[in-house]
Design a protein around this ligand. Structure first.
Ligand code: AMP
Ligand code: MG
Length: 436
């Protein structure tokens, strides 16, 4: 099996990192976060396009540019409720010297006036209705008075006034939206206005959650004795949907290699997110299985938390290209962190979006120093208190509540051994709103 899309240097790296069984021996070396993210950026491409109905296209990514095949509007239309006239007929009309025109009919939206407006004539017209042949301006209703067939006009109107010309909104032949655009509500409206009902969008990545662990109870189950409720699938599912993924039904698997191998081998997903069993314990089967079934590109990353994360690819199955597999440590904070660093950017990229983190960021001073280590990337949960960034004391990757208390995270890059009190730092915010 081949993976032609990936650079040779990475394949060599992979050979070196995966030929050993690391179980119960630990990682001899860990790879830098940037090496993994650069690798993923080099591998992940837009998925093929699919046709999406107009009413479902908002938020989707356009796969091809869209050109208008029609003018909008397709006819000269009135921008006012009033009367369609020949502008030159009205010159000289004023409040003191009103002009009289003959009312010859009306033009309503969808019901145009069939005749021609001649000299000295007017047609009652509503906003959006076609301006009839012969007329070149619309005079506002407010300055007119009807008296039977006669229209009294207390103001002049220049030719072209209050008339929208064909194509004033969209000209036939113009490119209205370019490939790669994430469609907004108004984009969908515009597509509708040019008569487009089906849109070629980048297919959304299909995501298979592979939740492993003998100790796990289904999400939301009250924990009992040594058994805990699976929380990772709940977090991962929401994150994957945030990033444009479509979830396949998920299952909780026991720590049995043949069961895990079966799902890894057959899941018709573009991305598999394996939770748990990614490390070096005797029950940690996933890295070896990925290496056997496909390719384990990386295992062990120089970061905290999430150092036992792994990244690989599995061969295509029906309807997929090569499948990305992310081995996410079971500890809930590690799981979330490894998702954000590696899986999230890949999912977004596959779906045609930017791989950049989608979070808002805010720059504020640190209330207390953060210690880290050179060569390691840290994901530090922080609170924001009185405009200052407070690192949350616990560093335990098993403490999910730390991410609930946190407003966001500060990422300490590998070239720093920490950040001093008072330093201005970027906080990656969990919420869209900046905390008050
Ligand atoms: P593992 O990565 O399988 O060694 O698991 C590390 C820790 O995370 C253990 O304490 C597991 O019980 C816990 N854990 C594993 N999977 C989950 C999950 N789906 N939800 C919550 N905790 C988990
Ligand atoms: Mg486990």
């Amino acid at each position: 099996m081949g993976f032609p899309s990936c650079p040779l240097t990475f394949r060599m790296e992979n050979e070196r990192l995966t030929t050993r069984d690391v179980r119960m021996r630990g990682f001899a070396e860990r790879v830098d976060v940037e090496v993994v993210t650069d690798f993923l950026a080099g591998c992940a491409r837009d998925l093929p396009s699919e046709s999406v109905g107009l009413l479902a296209c908002v938020g989707r990514v356009l796969a091809e540019e869209v050109r208008a095949e029609v003018d909008v509007p397709g006819f000269a239309r009135s921008a006012m409720d009033g009367y369609a006239v020949r502008g030159e007929d009205t010159f000289g009309a004023s409040e003191y010297d009103p002009l009289r025109l003959t009312l010859v009919g009306e033009s309503m939206p969808g019901h145009p006036f069939a005749g021609t407006v001649g000299a000295g004539q007017a047609v009652r017209i509503m906003t959006g209705a076609p301006v009839p042949e012969g007329a070149d301006a619309v005079v506002m209703a407010e300055v007119c008075e009807e008296d039977g067939d006669t229209l009294r006009l207390a103001d002049a109107v220049a030719p072209h006034k209050h008339v929208g010309v064909p194509g004033e909104d969209i000209r036939v032949g113009t490119t209205v939206l370019t490939a790669g655009r994430r469609l907004r509500p108004q984009d969908a409206g515009l597509l509708s206005s040019i008569g487009v009902a089906e849109i070629a969008c980048v297919r959304q990545p299909r995501v298979q959650l592979v939740i492993t662990g003998d100790e796990l109870l289904p999400p939301g189950t009250r924990p009992e004795g040594p058994r805990i409720a699976d929380s990772n699938s709940v977090v991962l599912g929401a994150l994957a949907e945030r990033d444009g993924g479509v979830l396949l039904p998920h299952v909780i698997l026991p720590d049995r290699p043949e069961v895990i191998a079966d799902l890894l081998g057959t899941a018709p997903a573009d991305v598999l997110l394996v939770s748990g069993g990614s490390s070096v314990g005797i029950e940690d089967h996933a890295p070896r299985l990925v290496a056997e079934l496909g390719r384990l590109d990386f295992h062990g990353v120089s970061m905290r938390p999430s150092s036992p994360a792994g990244i690989g690819r599995l061969p295509a199955v029906d309807g997929t290209a090569e499948r990305f597999v992310f081995l996410l440590p079971g500890n809930p904070v590690s799981c979330l962190c490894a998702y954000e660093f590696f899986a999230g950017p890949t999912l977004r990229r596959l779906g045609g979006r930017s791989s950049a983190w989608p979070h808002r960021r805010i720059r504020l001073p640190l209330a207390r120093k953060i210690t880290s280590a050179i060569g390691r990337t840290d994901y530090v949960r922080v609170a924001i208190e009185e405009g200052r960034v407070v690192p949350i004391a616990t560093s335990g990757a098993s403490i999910l509540s730390s991410t609930v208390r946190a407003a966001g995270a500060v990422i300490v890059p590998r070239e720093l051994e920490g950040m001093p009190e008072g330093a201005q730092v970027d906080v990656v915010l969990y919420d869209d709103e900046v905390p008050g």
